[in-house]
Design a protein around this ligand. Structure first.
Ligand SMILES: [Zn+2]
Length: 392
């Protein structure tokens, strides 16, 4: 007898090329069977998923989940797991000086599976631009300590997936320390043999400079931002270096956030054949009440611009799991995988979707999160947060 049987739903598992009616059976925290519809199944509990999509537990590739230490920090269980996201990648909220605490108080205690990038700046993203006093993480390069970063990775190698650096003018003395911060992050990534992940939005460096630093497997986030150092020229045409590097194997994350998703550049970039690999939300304390809200709202935006449902799901499950080196365990509903499962429904109506520039478009469809399982246990779902004026 199985623990759970999810019946009458459509299973979308892009990693297994599956998009069809199936019954999903769960036992001992794992996917125990994927059965043809109508096949008899005996389970302690049965969940009727008629009209709903059963997908691998969603993975948010870009969040900030170190509440109480970072101004950006949010609780992963309240804001991610309760909104259908079973795994998150913390995008370098902690650096080497504070990662031990991040491990102890967040990674090891959250119900959500938390993987992390290590910020090259040891003090981490402890303050934001509106903090008083603010502390730009590249203001003092003494904190940008390669040796300390590498040592922290070695202490926590099982949960660190890459090295992060933010190239941003106002956190680096007007851009003065950006190139050196980037160089040191590259050095730490090479020393640890981990991918390098770069934030380019509002950098004083050129996009060529940043892209030239990236190698296959590395990631550029905020790919749809409309600020300095964007991926397109004045005519919104992709810079050739972006295409070249994508062909080479550099990968791209959406990282919507409070400032990096502009309708104005999203459509032209998609029209030119640019496809993001990961639909990370960049959810943090300053955007949970809009314009980001949660991961599924970012997914809604890609549905709205014409991406198919399986492709949206693929870029929020399979691609992320593969990059994390966990493709056998998560991001799929293959038999034997961890029973991290999200059940979604597509609602029809009129749904306002606001980008990070304050421009609102009306979508005809949106994802609603109906059920969620983490390692075979059912978790409660919270409603989408209400919109509130931005805190900055
Ligand atoms: Zn971020």
């Amino acid at each position: 007898m199985y623990d759970f049987a999810l019946i009458n739903g459509t299973v979308i598992d892009p990693a297994a090329s599956l998009n069809d009616r199936r019954t999903v059976a769960i036992q001992n925290g794992h996917v125990a069977a994927i059965l043809d519809p109508g096949m008899p199944v005996v389970a302690k509990q049965t969940l009727d998923c008629s009209g709903q999509l059963i997908v691998p537990g969603l993975i948010d590739f870009h969040v900030h989940v170190f509440p109480g230490i970072s101004n950006f920090g949010i609780d992963p269980d309240e804001t991610c797991l309760a909104r259908g996201v079973t795994t998150v990648l913390d995008f370098g909220t902690a650096g080497g000086l504070i990662f031990d605490g991040f491990r102890q108080f967040v990674i090891d205690t959250a119900k959500t599976r938390v993987k992390a990038l290590m910020l090259i700046a040891g003090q981490g993203l402890i303050s934001s631009n509106d903090s008083k006093p603010a502390l730009g993480e590249l203001w003092d390069l003494a904190y940008c300590d390669v040796e300390g970063c590498v040592a922290a990775v070695e202490r926590h190698r099982d949960c660190v997936s890459g090295i992060k650096v933010r190239c941003m003018e106002d956190i680096s003395h007007g851009g003065l320390n950006e190139a050196e911060g980037l160089r040191r992050a590259r050095e730490a990534a090479d020393a640890t043999k981990l991918p390098l992940v770069v934030h380019p939005a509002n950098s004083s460096l050129s996009i060529e400079h940043i892209m030239e630093t990236l190698r296959p497997g590395d990631v550029l986030t905020h790919c749809f931002h409309d600020k300095n150092c964007k991926l397109v020229d004045k005519e919104t045409k992709l810079w050739p270096i972006v295409r070249e590097k994508q062909k080479e194997g550099v990968q791209f994350d959406v990282g919507h956030g409070w400032g990096s998703f502009a309708w104005r550049v999203v459509r032209p970039m998609l029209d030119q054949g640019f496809e993001p690999d990961f639909l990370g939300s960049d959810l943090h304390a300053y955007n949970t009440n809009g314009p980001v809200f949660d991961l599924v709202t970012t997914l809604d935006k890609f549905l709205h611009v014409g991406m198919s449902v399986p492709e949206v799901i693929r870029r929020s499950t399979a691609t992320c799991a593969r990059w994390l080196g966990m493709a056998d365990e998560i991001g799929t509903l293959r038999v034997g995988a961890c029973a991290d499962i999200t059940v979604l429904e597509i609602e029809s109506g009129e749904f306002p979707l606001t980008d990070s520039e304050g421009v609102t478009e009306i979508a005809q469809r949106q994802f609603a999160v109906r059920h969620c399982f983490r390692a075979g246990r059912r978790v409660g779902i919270s409603p989408k947060p209400a919109p509130m004026p931005s805190r900055i």
